[in-house]
Design a protein around this ligand. Structure first.
Ligand code: CIZ
Length: 301
């Protein structure tokens, strides 16, 4: 059945000149059907550089929007239109404008997990791998950081600037607790702990390394260690096992599952490609302003 669908997907990809991109948190069957698997920014850069006409983005909405902003001439499809990121949904333009009005002249750094409209209202974007570099590059002692307060907490430990946070959080990463890490460490004492910076600071304090998903994939490949406790969304374990088959990976907790990331399946990928449905549309003015914030990050990082 999955094989039949894979054959049909391959045929349609050729016919439509399409490419399938899947985020590291996607279910295994979707990752396995993709041309590229990675983090949101890496995938969006692939989208922009690719000569495909159609991008099928398997992830959540802000990721597909980022691909559309960086590759505005291409058609971007989101196979599951209800795949929203709750963290991105915790901030909107009017809230951000009010925060800016209370802090005039303070630059706004927005994490990629924001809508296109919020990016358009920001000075520069960042990802979990470049936030420190982006914030340090700004010629200001104060920065507004949206929308994740745990990333802001982590940032404060790394930069000597005042960080004014938006009080959002990732509901999946906050499920990871210090006792989960301690329990895994007790069962696997030789394992290194890799934590995502969206985790709480008391979890980060127990980590050997704090890395983005892309950072974890490369770190594991080059590390002499054989075992790792992974404190991020559990979908990444499939990516890690495929990339480093000889090594062992333990999720910090099986509770760290993003339900929105799991809404995409192989049927929806096929349906979207067959019917060219769930096209990402963003107003031109918003694309232009959001692209400035993303381009500024790309120049810095
Ligand atoms: O930017 C991404 O893809 C996210 C949300 C996390 C990460 O670290 O890759």
């Amino acid at each position: 059945m999955v094989r039949d669908m894979s054959v049909e997907i391959a045929r349609l990809k050729k016919e439509r000149n399409a490419v399938i991109l899947a985020h590291n948190y996607q279910p295994p069957e979707v990752q396995d059907a993709a041309d590229y698997v990675g983090d949101s920014l890496g995938l969006s850069i692939r989208a922009a550089e690719s000569d495909a006409d159609v991008i099928v983005f398997c992830g959540v909405r802000f990721m597909a929007e980022t691909a559309k902003i960086l590759a505005p001439g291409k058609m971007v499809l989101l196979p599951e239109p209800g795949a929203e990121c709750p963290l991105a949904g915790m901030i909107n333009v009017s809230g951000l404008k009010k925060l800016k009005a209370r802090n005039p002249g303070v630059p706004v750094v927005s994490y990629v997990n924001t809508s296109a409209a919020v990016k358009a209202e920001s000075d520069v974007c960042c990802t979990s791998s470049n936030l420190i570099k982006v914030v340090n590059s700004l010629d200001s002692d104060r920065v507004i950081f949206t929308p994740d307060r745990h990333l802001a907490d982590y940032l404060r430990t790394k930069v000597s600037k005042e960080v004014i946070p938006w009080e959002g959080y990732c509901p999946t990463h906050v499920k990871i607790l210090p006792q989960h890490i301690k329990e895994q460490k007790r069962m696997h004492p030789k394992a290194k702990v890799l934590a995502h910076p969206e985790c709480r600071l008391d979890v980060i304090a127990l980590a050997d390394e704090v890395l983005s998903t892309g950072g974890m994939v490369s770190h594991v490949k080059s590390s002499p260690s054989r075992e790792f406790i992974i404190a991020t969304e559990t979908g990444l374990l499939h990516t890690l096992m495929k990339g480093s088959p000889g090594k062992k990976f333990y999720p910090a907790t099986e509770l760290a599952v993003c339900p929105n990331m799991k809404r995409t399946d192989i049927h929806k990928v096929l349906g979207s490609l067959r019917d060219m449905r769930h096209v990402i549309e963003i107003k031109e003015g918003v694309i232009a302003r959001a692209k400035k914030a993303l381009d500024r990050m790309l120049e810095l990082a």
